[in-house]
Design a protein. Structure first.
Length: 760
């Protein structure tokens, strides 16, 4: 929100008050509180008839410093609040040296010189990362009586801002106005389904604004040298998170707000859906499943979208008996074919649903100020909201879902949760403005907790659209309603990379696009992109996404890239374990992996898939693709061609290849079984060695498929023309050098050491 009119003036009706100096400091060993008047006090009389800001500073964890600025402390805080599972007591240390007071948290410090005008300096390794200056701490009122708290942190020359959720606007956020406010706005506007008040910079730090309601950002867009964030409240709390690398920033941020659960490995395979408003019944489902099998395309998950329930009755969680007369039997038959089952749900209850009367009677639905149930006709006629702040309502809702799990459903697509009203009363007395964004968190949390209880640790999985800070704990999230053309494909990727820089480890999208029908060219290119994503789902709105609807070549492309993803499953599962343990996403913006390469700073049409694979999707009809190759010799996994960077490359690809490059000195483990995502990965595993330089060393882990941990480990070291391999694997394995035509060295089971010739 903009408060100023240019640099010198305030907007009409707006009054601002800023901290000017430090009047007093109270400190103990771990915490300091600064008292900042909003005018320079020259005499005792200056202490009267003016505001005094209370600025609390502390550290919840090493490398993290919190600042809470309060105007009137007596305001009622009704919640909700973000949970901070990583916060610890006594993490910081306070030091005083004359007028200078400093709070340190590991290498990060906050320094204040109380003898000078108001200034907070956040520094690490002797360098100031960012600072808060004369307009950086304060409050604003307008002529309607609204009261806002604001903070400003300086932007250095060349400093770039990323994150703030899954945003489809330009990848680098400098110059943008961003409102953290959940909206069902598709993927082609400034609105977002997943709004995260956390941004990351290319200067060694990130900032998390700890406010679950609306946070308004001016990212160099009001004051061009500042990032400003404001909330309509009496206090504002934010955390500065030190890296110094982008990966370390994400590690510390997700340690504070929660790390993602590890999804089950079976979810890495291909998902197929009925699509949204298409006609379907059990015969249609069987035709789709049979069609995939007949064409040699392995399928892992089948998803039933909205109309598995009766129209006008979403959600009552009752199968439409006209189209699915034997749902339990149908699910059993599908599961006998090796499929997992996903079902669409949302947290809204239509008036025609039998659950509406039950929920209203039992007090499970959100109510208006006058006690009536809140309803409207957008989406579903007479639609009401489940009140997840009410434990009884939560148990009632998840109890209905348990019936579906008992029938054979494995996971849920938790759709919607964004259009939450603010003129309502919540069961626990929560602030409606703060609940607007937070509602989706309670919704996904409730469903995920049920799945964890019913299916066990490591088997819980959502396909969620909406999220806020902390929502990364309940994967997987998908990009929402995009159009079916190349622009939408590119904006979807941009949103996913932005979400990854906001602490979310897993992300997917609708292969082929949701709205409209893709051309065969768009479909084939989206299939390549989708099957080189964290999770892969074919889905549409008014048209099916079965590959044969888009031509025989589309079938071939879908088959080839599904089999490729199955072979990559041990590599992807290892990346998933990393996301679970560290918060580093599977799909990584190039700046995350190459923070010291200026050319990587703004790249949003390519990404790293795990540590070692660069993916550059094709967004053109003629197959032309331009992408950037960082330093070193990179190898196209599909063709064996080598490209040496750093440089830009322009290529043309048919539908069976794209730029899929292995990093220099990388070793990619490939499963022997390409028919399923979960197999005995260590048995016959192929270690694909790429441009392994003299002196290079690499350890390759073959992960467990049923949780954290590993089943085998290989260590490779090149010295001259010899490649020394050490392993504890009791399984047969083989080496392949370079691309698909490279030299193969096969090894028997139980080999502990091998000294092999490295091919010239």
């Amino acid at each position: 929100m903009k408060f100023t009119d240019g640099y010198w003036l305030m907007r009409p009706g707006v009054t601002a008050r800023y901290a000017t100096e430090v009047a007093d400091v109270r400190a103990d060993e771990h915490r300091m509180t600064l008292y900042a008047p909003v005018k320079h006090v020259r005499s005792r009389g200056g202490m009267l008839n003016s505001a005094l800001l209370t600025v609390d500073c502390w550290s919840p964890a090493e490398g993290v410093i919190g600042v809470r600025v309060t105007h009137h402390a007596g305001s009622v805080r009704r919640g909700p609040e973000f949970a901070l599972p990583g916060a610890q007591r006594g993490s910081g240390k306070v030091h005083r040296d004359g007028p200078v007071v400093e709070l340190s948290a590991g290498e990060l410090s906050l320094r204040v010189d109380t003898s000078q005008p108001w200034r907070l300096e956040f520094a690490a390794d002797g360098q100031v990362l960012t600072s808060v200056g004369e307009r950086g701490t304060g409050f604003v009122t307008d002529d309607t009586g609204r009261h806002f708290m604001l903070g400003q942190l300086s932007l250095n020359v060349g400093e770039l801002i990323y994150g703030l959720g899954e945003r489809f606007t330009p990848f680098v956020k400098n110059g943008q106005v961003v409102d953290i406010w959940q909206a069902d706005g598709g993927t082609s506007s400034e609105q977002a389904y997943k709004n995260i008040p956390f941004h990351l910079t290319n200067r060694g730090y990130g900032v998390f604004v700890n406010h679950p309601g609306k946070v308004s950002y001016e990212v160099g867009s009001e004051s061009v040298g500042q990032v400003q964030f404001s909330v309509e409240d009496q206090s504002l709390e934010y955390f500065v998170v030190h890296g110094p690398t982008p990966k370390q920033i994400l590690e510390r941020y997700t340690a504070l707000t929660g790390r993602p659960a590890l999804p089950p490995a079976w979810a890495l395979g291909l998902w197929l859906t009925t699509s949204f408003t298409t006609d379907y019944d059990e015969a249609t489902v069987n035709r789709f499943v049979d069609g995939m099998a007949e064409r040699g395309i392995p399928l892992s998950v089948f998803h039933f979208d909205c109309f598995w329930m009766r129209g006008y009755q979403w959600c009552d969680f009752a199968w439409d008996s006209d189209t699915f007369p034997d749902p339990a039997g149908m699910l059993t038959r599908l599961k006998q074919r090796g499929l997992r089952i996903s079902a669409w749900i949302n947290p809204y209850i239509a008036q025609k649903s039998a659950m509406f009367e039950e929920g209203m009677r039992e007090g499970h639905l959100v109510r208006r100020l006058d006690g009536s149930v809140w309803q409207w006709d957008l989406w579903q006629p007479g639609m009401a909201l489940v009140d997840f702040t009410n434990p009884a309502a939560r148990d009632w809702y998840t109890g209905k879902l348990k019936t579906l799990l008992d029938q054979g459903v494995d996971c849920f697509k938790t759709d919607f949760g964004e259009r939450i009203p603010t003129d309502v009363v919540w069961h626990d007395g929560a602030d409606p403005e703060r609940m607007h964004n937070y509602y989706t968190h309670l919704y996904n949390q409730a469903v995920f907790a049920l799945l964890r209880v019913e299916h066990g640790e490591g088997e819980a999985l959502l396909f969620a659209r909406s999220a806020t800070a902390g929502g990364q704990q309940y994967p997987v999230h998908w990009g929402g309603d995009c159009e079916s053309h190349f622009n939408a494909m590119a904006e979807s990727l941009r949103g996913g990379l932005s979400l990854g820089l906001s602490g979310f480890g897993f992300w997917s999208h609708d292969i082929g696009g949701f709205e409209g029908t893709p051309t065969p060219t768009v479909f084939k290119r989206w299939v390549q992109f989708g099957l080189l994503s964290s999770h892969s789902r074919l889905h549409g709105s008014k048209s099916y996404r079965v590959p044969w609807d888009y031509g025989e070549e589309a079938v071939e492309v879908t088959r080839e890239f599904t089999l490729l993803k199955h072979r990559l499953a041990p590599y992807l599962q290892r990346a998933a374990q990393q996301a679970h343990a560290t918060g580093i996403p599977i799909m990584r913006a190039m700046v995350l992996e190459f923070p010291d390469d200026p050319a990587a700073a703004a790249l949003d049409r390519q990404y790293m898939l795990g540590d070692d694979l660069l993916v550059a999707p094709v967004f053109t009809d003629d197959g032309t693709v331009e992408y950037y190759v960082p330093e070193g010799t990179w190898t196209n996994v599909l063709t064996g061609a080598q490209i040496t960077g750093p440089r830009w490359v322009r290529e043309q690809h048919g539908f069976h290849t794209l730029p899929l490059l292995a990093r220099p000195d990388s070793v990619i483990p490939l499963a022997a079984d390409d028919q399923r995502p979960v197999s005995a990965w260590a048995d016959g595993v192929e270690l694909r060695v790429h441009a392994f330089a003299d002196g290079a060393e690499r350890t390759v882990v073959i992960p467990r498929s049923d949780g954290p941990g590993e089943v085998a480990r290989f260590h490779l070291r090149r010295r001259g023309d010899r490649l020394h391999v050490t392993t504890d694997s009791p399984h047969p394995w083989q080496l392949r050098f370079g691309g698909p035509t490279g030299t193969v060295h096969a090894q028997p089971a139980g080999t502990l050491e091998a000294d092999l010739a490295y091919p010239a």
